[in-house]
Design a protein around this ligand. Structure first.
Ligand SMILES: CC(C)(COP(=O)(O)OP(=O)(O)OC[C@H]1O[C@@H](n2cnc3c(N)ncnc32)[C@H](O)[C@@H]1OP(=O)(O)O)[C@@H](O)C(=O)NCCC(=O)NCCS
Ligand SMILES: [Zn+2]
Length: 268
């Protein structure tokens, strides 16, 4: 009886069909942010999901962040050292970890904010990153008229919004990372907990379907970035969270002191 009540597993072909319905036909460059659990049971796990995604994209890219490498001061000795095969942080997910485990995938070298990419434009997109501009791979996607795909997650996971913040001129914090050239400063943003505040600005600018129990939404990176810049120009503190212990309060202070200083778009 219990078995009859259980939801059927979502398969790789269900996902492939859904991606086709969203308009992905294998020619697009797509950044993904995924929750496997959101599907209920996904047959084939992260491997099956990545196979389906690769079948419907020209380039597949995902954040592969490794937060254990980040230091608040240049003197900390305790932080982990980044390497190509370092495990992706748990709160970034199993799907990017599966991409990292594929030998042909290219990973950018930012110790904390690396991206993992497979396919046509993987080399160009990952090469676009620097310590000063960690989100520039999103700028590359902007130039390629790429997409951001949210699989069962909300804008709190939507990295493209950070690139919009960068262009709008949100102040960045300084953190430190171990690199082959020693400990270096790296620009680090406010958190993304309140990025859903942007949702009203994006109404009507995305496609959405349900696959199993997961809501899957597709956005053009250009829409996301441009909407973020418009929104922040009107509401500079609009994406900063209110949690007292969060680094967002340091960013808020800087916004109040200096305002926003817009930056130039540099993509590919
Ligand atoms: C945080 C986040 C990864 C959590 O989602 P999640 O579904 O719990 O985690 P994953 O996608 O890694 O999937 C693994 C979990 O799914 C479940 N799971 C495992 N196999 C599964 C399967 N075949 N089918 C469905 N669920 C499965 C398990 O609960 C597993 O968690 P566990 O390893 O702790 O047991 C997700 O909400 C998210 O935010 N993803 C995007 C991250 C991102 O791009 N952030 C950008 C930062 S700006
Ligand atoms: Zn915050």
């Amino acid at each position: 009886m219990l078995n009859l009540l259980r939801k059927p597993a979502v398969t790789s072909s269900d996902l492939a069909r859904g991606l086709t319905e969203l308009g992905l036909d294998g020619t697009q460059h797509v950044m993904i942010h995924a929750s496997l659990k959101s599907f209920g049971t996904f047959e084939g796990g992260a491997r099956g999901a990545v196979d389906s995604l690769l079948g419907r994209t020209a380039t597949l890219i995902a954040p592969a962040f490794t937060y254990s490498t980040l230091m608040t001061r240049p003197t900390s000795l305790s932080s982990a050292r980044f390497h190509r095969d370092m495990r992706v942080s748990r709160d970034i997910g199993r799907v990017p970890q599966e991409m990292v485990e594929r030998a042909e995938a290219l990973r950018s070298t930012h110790p904390t904010l690396s991206f993992i990419a497979l396919g046509e434009q993987a080399a160009a997109i990952t090469a676009a990153q620097s310590l000063d501009s960690p989100y520039r791979p999103v700028g590359a996607l902007y130039d390629l008229d790429g997409y951001a795909l949210l699989m069962g997650v909300d804008h709190g996971s939507n990295t493209s919004i950070h690139y919009g913040e960068h262009l709008a001129g949100m102040p960045l914090l300084t953190r430190y990372v171990h690199t082959p050239h020693g400990v270096l400063p790296s620009a680090f943003p406010n958190c993304s907990a309140d990025f859903e505040n942007l949702a009203p600005e994006l109404e009507g600018h995305h496609r959405e379907i349900r696959i199993g129990s997961s809501v899957v939404r597709l956005y053009r990176v250009r829409e996301l970035v441009d909407a973020t810049v418009r929104y922040l120009t009107q509401t500079p503190e609009g994406l900063l969270c209110g949690y007292r212990g969060c680094r967002c309060q340091d960013v808020r202070q800087m916004v109040r002191q200096h305002g926003l200083e817009p930056r130039r778009h540099v993509g590919l």
